[in-house]
Design a protein around this ligand. Sequence first.
Ligand code: NI
Length: 201
Amino acid sequence: MLRRSHVIGLSVLAAAAAILAAFFAFPTVFERPRVMVSGIADVGGPFTLTAHTGERVSDNAFRGQFMLVAFGFTHCPDVCPAELQVMTAALESMGQAADRVQPLFITIDPERDTAARLADYMAHFHPRLIGLTGSADEVANVADAYRVWYEKVQEDGSADYAMDHTSIMYLMGPDGEFVQHFSFGTSADTLAKALRTAVKS
Ligand code: NI
């Protein structure tokens, strides 16, 4: 006959096994929504979009360079401009090392963010920053590939709308593979340091 402590020990083991089994059966339940864990390798993917210059551009155009990718929309009151300012300041502080990094801003509001609108907006930030837009489907696909969530929010008593969206910057390597992400609030210094390290390796 099993002693009581053994029975307790066994039930703890059984519970642990059940949790482990559940983890493998339903891994998504254990993922924290909208929070990236560094080392996630399956962020990113191919895209073809329209640059603010009007040209069609695919991700292949940037192979051999690092891509620093931010998603947002030009009507964003604070988060997007702050993020693009950090991006700009970081790249400006890096000297020639910045040449290995191609900054990209992909709109999640293609309805309002035409190439022309993006061109005006890009003028406020780094001279090499490329704004990208596309059809609703093209934008949905690239956002999905980068695990970026967005949603239109209608403003009360107005025809205007805002967009809620994930604000994470992604660094992709010269092969197009995910290298690392930067959450909103990362300083220009921290970003520059990480970019220097990445381009040196
Ligand atoms: Ni924004």
